[in-house]
Design a protein around this ligand. Sequence first.
Ligand code: ADP
Ligand code: MG
Ligand code: MG
Length: 875
Amino acid sequence: EKLVYLFHEGNGNMKETLGGKGANLAEMTRIGLPVPYGFTITTQACNAFYKSGKIIPTEVEKQILEALNLLEEKMGKKLGDPNNPLLVSVRSGSVYSMPGMMDTILNLGMNDETVIGLAKLTNNPRFAYDSYRRFIQMFSNVVLEIDSYFFEQFLEEKREQKGYTSDPEMTAEDWQEVIKGYKEIVKQQKKINFPQDPKEQLFLAIHAVFKSWNNQRAIVYRRLNKIPDHLGTAVNVQSMVFGNMGDDSGTGVAFTRNPSTGEHVLYGEYLMNAQGEDVVAGIRTPQPIATLKEEMPSVYQQFEETCQLLEQHYKDMQDIEFTVERGKLFILQTRNGKRTAQAAIRIAVEMVKEGIIDKKTALMRVDSDQLNQLLHRRIDDTVDRKVLAKGLPASPGAATGMVVFNADEAEQLGNEGKKVILVSPETTPDDIHGMVAAQAILTSRGGMTSHAAVVARGMGKACICGCEAIKIDMKKKQFTVGDTIVKYGDVITVDGSTGEIMLGEIPMIDPELSEEFQLLLSWADEVRKIGVRANADTPEDAKKAFEFGASGIGLCRTEHMFMDLKRIPIVQKMILAESYSERMEALEQLLPMQQGDFEGIFEAMQGHPVTIRLLDPPLHEFLPNKEELLVEVTKLQMTDPQSDELKMKEQLLKKVRQLDEFNPMLGHRGCRLGMIYPEIYEMQVKAIFYAAAKLAEKGMKVKPEIMIPLVGHVNELKQMRQLVVDTAIRIQEETGKVIEYTIGTMIEVPRAALTADQIAEEADFFSFGTNDLTQTTFGYSRDDAEGKFLQAYIDNKVLPENPFAVLDQDGVGKLVETGVKLGRTTKASLKTGICGEHGGEKNSIDFFYRIGLDYVSCSPYRVPLARLAAAQATI
Ligand code: ADP
Ligand code: MG
Ligand code: MG
């Protein structure tokens, strides 16, 4: 098996074997760029190393020595030859780029003899000794595992002693003293002499680089970026070129386009008289690449041409490392550059215009997950920020507002038109109304999948979670960070993209769908074959959704309309009603309000379909909290036992207790409400048809799709359908307006999916409610699962992902697929969609496309993401 490749033997497609760096070094060699020659030890060799218990197998050793011979021949130098020494770098490089995570050693081959030879040969003793001391420091740190602090400390003392401010002032003699000191440090720390045999140095270095695949930061990086652990790293052994040979030498890094904005200009930094690690280490401040143009015009021109060539060759923005040795340019690395969402979009679109890539390639160049960065109000980056505390960046976007400490206050002030930020140790489903009213949510407990985080992301609201630095005192209504006190009503600004909290107001900018972004999305619309709708409950959300390109509303939840502070007393009256007539009275009051809501939403959607789900949550969600009520009643019993208030509260408590459920998620909710209280659904249907008629009168088109939630048996739908049809006929006759409408159901319990052929008899459409379907399929209650065991399941790889965020294709997905198939056997024209949170997640969208759904529906802020992901699914 071939385990070592000389650069000219490989090519750019061999990333799996040679690693990204090795493959690109080979490719650049192949196309004739000035790359210092060398060879690459394969990732397979790395895996063999681990298999044999972290020992370099003899076969690998043999092939390395053969390659080294060829390298020496080609360079006309020999490793360890005192008269003409070859020096090499030993560089890590895995399949996926993991910048700076693994180790690299430069100037290998230096020892007490070769340093003298190098000094003579180059006629530059200062350079030779500088290189030697660099090598000792790096080798000792990476291979011998001596903390670099000892060396830095020593060097600094030396510098001070000599009265210098920077390294370039050091002379050859100074460096010789440093080398002596460095060797002492090695002896002290490791009780050995610094290894002098270059071959020994080489194998120790290769050993260390293999090992660095499993250092802590590499492991963490892989976990964060979902890179498999078994890949291993390749090792590149490359002849050195020197940027530290004087003022006609230097080293730098550049992007072929601006990685932050995407602008088509060379973007980078370099340092004169320096070696690679200096740029990153921040010992000296590098200069912008543009000044190289003045200092070394011909080198700059050559570099610019090389950049262009590389970009054309790889057809993507490149991140390039280079070194200039005595006026001669060398390229040491190239890779596709990492970039922000903004830059990704601009680069993709401009590359199409420049004829470098086609539209489909452009669509694949933008990671839909990254788009979130662009779709929320955000802090003006040009303004300095003073950070008070930092938590988890749970939901992007930024917001300024007054601090409040509970959901009711948030709602109250929110309804008064004030901007508030809800601060709480954590949130629960009881806090939804406050979250709706708040600009942002800040919690001191809980992680990225906590209730607050999930709900905020769904709402497209900024959220910071688990900010343990803030100490909340709910009684005093304040929180403290160190000795800063933030009281109820104080204004703060939060940045959900970074997790930062700041005092006072900080200027913001609106999310813009840039021209390029819109263009890219229009290309996405050309190729995608699955519709994208939005989940929207209010006219504002509907407008946003429409603006972002939704082709309809896939889910309009009517209960949010009931939560409104002004309506809740009427809703309560309806729930508490002792008789039918009493209930009807309350419903009559609610009717015009609901009608108004629907008018607004229909209007915003301008004739596009709107799926309206009839009331879904258990009724007690609209009633006061049981414990709190009990406290109030007990208090009144002692202070004012005769009062009317007590009587009313006691009655309320009785009703709350009646409605109390052991397991509300599986309790009296969804269509089960409509079955027992048909008058509630009837009122909602009336409101829909009155609203539709009103718009029709104005000459506007309306397309309501009425959706019955939580159906598990076809008979439920049959009965509810009849109710809707009867009501619709009545209202249409009354208003004289004929409305085009359909009736469908949500598929969100397994039985519905499994009997979809029967259910389809009564349905014009199915909308898969994958949030509830995930709960009912796994038998998880989401709020309990996410708080208690789900994270451990994911950490221990019991589950690959949070199934509430990424659809479980094997289980829940199979039910969806089954439901679609069965439904269509009964009714070929059945329209199918999904309206869970998965409708805005790229892997899930890919799945929904493959099983042939007609559309996905997601939160308005995710619509652009879904349009792009839907296009990517087809490419
Ligand atoms: P990383 O993966 O951390 O970027 P590299 O292997 O790319 O590590 O090495 C870091 C830097 O070391 C390079 O950018 C380059 O400046 C310098 N370097 C590596 N190999 C050589 C070489 N053969 N000659 C000169 N400089 C080198
Ligand atoms: Mg590099
Ligand atoms: Mg549901």
